[in-house]
Design a protein around this ligand. Structure first.
Ligand code: ADP
Ligand code: ZN
Ligand code: ZN
Length: 819
């Protein structure tokens, strides 16, 4: 018998907390189950049992577990080890990782309830007005929440009053637990057991000769059931839709207990119930790559598949997945964007049917719990396709992890902690499960490619597109030259325009790509140059035409568009910059007949919006698709003749050590959407710098050249993969405090880190967001140094910082491997 349990709590505390197991819970408490425990003053939390043992904690006396919630473990030890590894690596707490990992519906929270004191000795006539109101409400309702009290009194600050009433002995508090996952149920009907034999059934019919409606209803049910009278059930809703089934008749039969009702749990997840098909046969090139991958897996845990767009990487994945399923192993297939899951899921289900589940952040918390449960059930999912959070699912037998579009920076979580990179964590998770990891990309990250050519990873290449489709022909439009010659029409170069005309005439489709960052439309005064800015963030407000509002994209602040300039009063304010919305309007002016669709952050906020837009484009009800980053990735369309990159310079000039790598990836990826059977696709890149080396590499599809030029810079300027980076951000509303705190912290780091280099503090390009000033410090740790020692020193200094006045008032955020 174990008498203590270590419990992981969803709180920013280090490690786990030890509780004693009361005798009554001895048989229930087990590793991986959820328990409810008291923590702090009268608060209850749900935690997960990490371990059970017999060692009493040394520094405090253990409190009792209050409750064990689960019959069986919902988290396995692979997962908990993985959480701990992540917490150590990303310099955060296990509790924070656990919170990211578990669907929030698993974490029951407690809510404070207010009740009357059991042995109330006070005389109500001595109560103040407010006390009396609360007392009266409690006499009527027994239990109130904080919100109830606030509503009754019509005031917001009720704490002092309640504390006072508690001290006087009028009221008491208790914590009520709320479980937030609710199974979805539906009413099903069936023939009552007593009528399932022929004799009883004919007696029932005989008794209904005067009730035609009931007779009809019973007849319908019996004929639907056929030979399976005993086991047949049907959803009541569905049954009532059948012609000739009257509600009144059905209710009467239920009243007579001839038909019985039953509430049944139904899933929220759309089941796939269509027929499955064999996977496509691989072409020669794919077969070679496929067997090379298997060979490489003999020697390496991780293999990088570098295959040009349209080479059929996905088809190879499908074959590899089928092989794992045959071995009884699970597969995790990670994608960087939810947008991509809609196309790929269809391709997977076509072959694998309902063995495939999806998991991503657009799922509701209830749906997430269902995927989680279904993965733990025998005969549930074998394969999960998902965005980065799918890493946290309860796999217990992983054979393969596929990370598609591995170069994508959206694999990195920005906020909140853990700020993890899903591709890197896939490698760690694979290691824990002894599973193989396949990274796939047409434009690998410099980091992964470096690992591959230095034999840390295996490397397999696919250089041809499937079906003899040629790589697109890429042209450059020199915007400066065209402007000088006055050949630009609005935002379109003559080269792009003429190609658009041709494509539309041929009834072929077009994709126009506009980089998300920076090119938001904003107002500018023609007289004084003033642009309206957010008063809490150092950014210009973006104009939203549909709402006629100026909005801040960082904090959501919005104001009505003013008619005149706020600085000088001039009415000559004009829109500058062009967002995807503006492009849509410009196209409408030039090509009034073309049907235009837009895919960006604004148009895809609802769960099914992507699917809708992608579907419209696939069935050709859209001629021109305008979009941001989202259109550049992994989507596979078969009628796109032309891709236009509207502004390449903005990507090239971004102040970030990965800017060139990103620009190359984005332009190559979006170019990859062009091309059709029997016809070579075209790409037009509009730029002010047609001779930029990165643009030349894109035109020549020369990834190797890009890699070699980048890796040289990385080595010379001390960036990954040669150095590890740890970013430290300090924030506060007071500029002086941020300056002082950042200088202090950088100072103590520089003093104590001898192997690493400390850069900064510096203001980022947007130095204030939501009213908080921001300063960054960057620590560069050489690869050959002991990273753990450096990280521990940093953590130690952070602890010091957090108890030092006045700096401790600042928020300090730590980001390992920032992207
Ligand atoms: P990638 O993921 O490398 O960009 P895809 O797997 O999406 O490439 O393949 C591009 C297109 O070619 C898809 O429409 C796919 O169905 C088709 N395709 C690829 N390989 C085959 C194959 N062996 N047989 C038939 N169609 C294929
Ligand atoms: Zn703002
Ligand atoms: Zn002005």
């Amino acid at each position: 018998m174990n008498s203590f349990a270590d419990v992981l709590l969803p709180l920013p505390i280090k490690g786990s907390f030890t509780y004693s197991i009361p005798a009554a819970l001895q048989y229930q408490a087990a590793v991986g189950k959820r328990v409810v425990v008291p923590f702090g003053k009268s608060r209850l939390y749900t935690g997960i049992v990490r371990a059970v043992h017999d060692n009493a904690p040394e520094k405090y006396s253990a409190k009792d577990l209050a409750l064990v919630l689960d019959d069986h473990s919902i988290v396995n030890s692979f997962q908990m080890e993985f959480w701990e590894w992540m917490a150590a690596y990303y310099m955060c707490n296990v509790g924070e990782v656990m919170q990211a990992a578990l669907p929030s519906a698993f974490l029951i929270s407690s809510e404070t309830r207010i009740v009357l004191n059991d042995d109330l000795k006070n005389d109500p006539s001595s109560f103040s007005d407010r006390e009396y109101l609360v007392f009266e409400a409690l006499s009527l309702k027994n239990v109130l929440s904080y919100k109830d009290v606030a509503d009754i009194l019509g005031i917001k600050t009720i704490h002092p009053l309640l504390k006072d009433m508690f001290d006087k002995g009028i009221i008491g508090f208790y914590e009520e637990l709320r479980e937030s996952y609710k199974a979805k149920t539906e009413t099903f009907i069936a023939l009552a057991a007593a009528y399932c034999d022929a004799k009883q059934l004919s007696a029932a019919f005989a008794s209904l000769t005067k009730a035609a409606k009931q007779e009809d209803v019973l007849m319908q049910l019996v004929s639907l059931a056929g030979k399976n009278l005993e086991s047949f059930t049907i959803s009541k809703k569905k049954f009532l839709k059948i012609e000739g089934v009257a509600v009144s008749g059905l209710q009467a039969l239920i009243g007579k207990n001839i038909i019985v009702e039953e509430q049944r749990e139904i899933g929220r997840l759309n089941a796939y119930d269509e027929a499955t098909h064999d996977a496509k046969g691989l072409n020669d090139d794919q077969r070679r790559a496929h067997s090379e991958i298997q060979e490489q897996f003999q020697k390496h845990e991780v293999v990088l598949l570098h295959g040009v767009t349209g080479s059929g990487k996905t088809e190879i994945y499908i074959h590899l997945i089928e092989e794992q399923i045959k071995l009884g192993k699970q597969v995790l297939y990670l994608l960087p964007e939810i947008a991509l899951t809609t196309q790929i899921i269809r391709r997977l289900q076509h072959v694998l049917g309902d063995q495939v589940g999806i998991y991503h952040s657009r799922y509701s918390m209830n749906e997430r719990v269902e995927v989680w449960n279904k993965l733990q059930k025998k005969g549930g999912y074998q394969v999960v396709l998902g965005a980065r959070s799918a890493l946290f699912l309860p796999f217990d037998n992983l054979g393969l992890i596929i990370v598609d579009e591995e170069h994508e920076s959206s694999f990195k979580q920005q906020e909140p902690a853990p700020r993890y990179h899903a591709r890197d964590m896939a490698v760690v998770l694979g290691n824990k499960h002894k599973a193989k990891v396949l990274l796939g990309s047409a434009t690998p990250s410099v980091d992964s490619y470096h690992n591959a050519i230095h034999d840390k990873y295996g490397l397999v290449k696919l250089e041809k597109r499937h079906g003899g489709i040629m790589m697109p022909e890429i042209f450059c439009a020199d915007v400066q030259e065209e402007k000088r010659k006055k050949k630009m029409k609005s935002i379109f170069s003559s080269l792009l325009l003429s190609n658009m005309e041709t494509a539309l005439e041929n009834r072929e489709q077009i994709i126009l790509f506009q980089n998300r960052r920076g090119f938001a439309p904003m107002l500018e005064c023609n007289l004084c140059g003033h642009t309206p800015k957010c008063n809490k963030c150092d950014v210009s407000l973006t104009y939203h035409k549909a709402l006629n509002l100026l909005k801040c994209h960082y904090c959501g602040y919005a104001e009505k568009k003013a008619i005149s300039c706020a600085a000088c009063g001039s009415v000559e304010v004009a829109l500058v910059g062009f967002g995807t919305q503006k492009i849509e309007e410009e196209i409408a002016l030039v090509f009034p007949k073309a049907k235009v669709g837009r895919m960006d952050w604004d148009t895809t906020r609802t769960k099914n919006a992507y699917q809708q837009i992608i579907g419209d484009f696939e069935d050709k009800s859209i001629d021109i698709l305008v979009g941001t980053q989202m259109v550049s990735k992994g989507l596979d369309f078969d009628n796109v003749a032309l891709v236009g990159v509207l502004n390449a310079d903005q990507m090239l000039n971004f102040p970030d050590f990965r800017a060139h790598e990103r620009a190359y990836q984005m332009m190559s990826q979006v170019s990859g959407r062009a091309g059709r059977k029997n016809k070579r696709g075209k790409v037009v890149i509009q730029t002010y710098s047609p001779d930029h080396n990165i643009i030349r590499y894109v035109i020549d599809s020369n990834y190797e050249a890009l890699y070699h030029s980048e890796i040289l810079l990385r080595r010379n300027f001390k960036y990954p993969p040669f150095y590890r980076l740890v970013g430290i951000t300090i924030k506060h509303q007071s500029l002086d405090l941020v300056n002082a705190a950042a200088a202090y912290f950088a100072g103590i780091l520089k003093e104590s880190l001898d192997e690493a280099e400390v850069l900064g503090p510096e203001f980022p390009s947007i130095a204030r967001i939501r009213g908080e000033y921001i300063k960054n410090i960057l620590v560069k740790i050489p690869r050959n140094a002991t990273t753990n020692k450096t990280k521990n020193t940093i953590l130690f200094k952070i602890e010091l910082f957090q108890i030092t006045e006045p700096f401790k008032k600042c928020r300090l955020i730590i980001d390992v491997d920032p992207v």
